[in-house]
Design a protein around this ligand. Structure first.
Ligand code: ADP
Length: 252
């Protein structure tokens, strides 16, 4: 189908004869934000890294934009962007040089200022990587992962450790990236984040996908089963208080 950008079929991976990914199949549509959720050890990172060509596949098939990952990894690499979990940059390198370097790795010359502006680091082009806060490093790594205009963009737990302002800013950034037509695949442990950001989510456990749907439909299915919890009457929570008092503007 034309609107499917990623196809995963019967994918498996074993470690020490124990299945880490136990035969999963799913499709991701062009232009959606697709979440992969699950407890630690569920197989999320293994799945992502097989799609990203970083780990070998035991069996099954993955295609990105119709290109087979196992037989044409280099072609797949050209059309995907990967934001690393813990971005590492040379401390003594300027942000502008870092973007240039990433672009050069893909044989591209880019408008460095444009990419830094996009992630609100425009005024930091001449700063060194070591001067960045955690949120700024995350944003730089996003800019660096997008310099070759990938079709699919992967983020593995991008907001872990960020303060509420930086988290909100990152959500907006991910939505902006999606709005430019890029398909986004994201893992997170934060269910509020997944609910707000993802068009559809796959929930993994023990190497299998145990649910896949829109957050709204998954919630409705639970309610239809008769699930009830104590009604919360508060219209705000502590995070709302925090944001009300300290504002939405980025602090770094
Ligand atoms: P998640 O990202 O959901 O936390 P992982 O994909 O990292 O899960 O891990 C899935 C399972 O595979 C876990 O049981 C983990 O211990 C195992 N595993 C992952 N990577 C390796 C590895 N390189 N060698 C051995 N076992 C691994």
């Amino acid at each position: 189908m034309a609107d499917i950008i990623l196809k995963v079929k019967d994918l498996t991976k074993r470690y020490d004869n124990k299945p880490a990914v136990a035969g999963i199949s799913f499709d991701v549509k062009k232009g959606e934000i697709f979440g992969i959720l699950g407890p630690n050890g569920a197989g999320k990172t293994t799945t992502l890294e097989m799609i990203e060509t970083l780990r070998s596949i035991d069996s099954g098939k993955i295609t990105v934009a119709g290109i087979d990952v196992a037989s044409k990894p280099n072609e797949v690499k050209k059309i995907i962007g990967v934001q690393p979990q813990s971005p590492a940059f040379q401390d003594k390198q300027k942000l502008s040089e870092i973007i240039e370097l990433f672009a050069a790795a893909y044989g591209e010359r880019v408008n460095v200022q444009h990419y830094l502006d996009e992630v609100q680091l425009g005024d930091k082009a001449d700063s060194f990587a070591e001067q960045l806060s955690g949120g700024q490093r995350q944003r730089l790594s996003i800019a660096a992962a997008l310099v070759h205009s990938p079709k699919v963009f992967f983020l593995d737990e991008p907001t872990t450790g960020l303060d509420p302002q930086a988290r909100r800013n990152l959500w907006e950034l991910v939505q902006q990236v999606r709005d430019t037509g890029v398909t986004v695949i994201i893992t997170t442990h934060y269910m509020d984040e997944a609910e707000l950001l993802c068009d559809r989510v796959a929930i993994m456990d023990n190497g299998k996908i145990i649910a896949l749907d829109t957050p709204k439909k998954l919630i409705k299915q639970l309610l239809d089963k008769g699930f009830k919890k104590e009604q919360q009457v508060e219209q705000a929570n502590l995070e709302d208080v925090f944001i009300d008092m300290t504002g939405k503007a980025l602090r770094e």
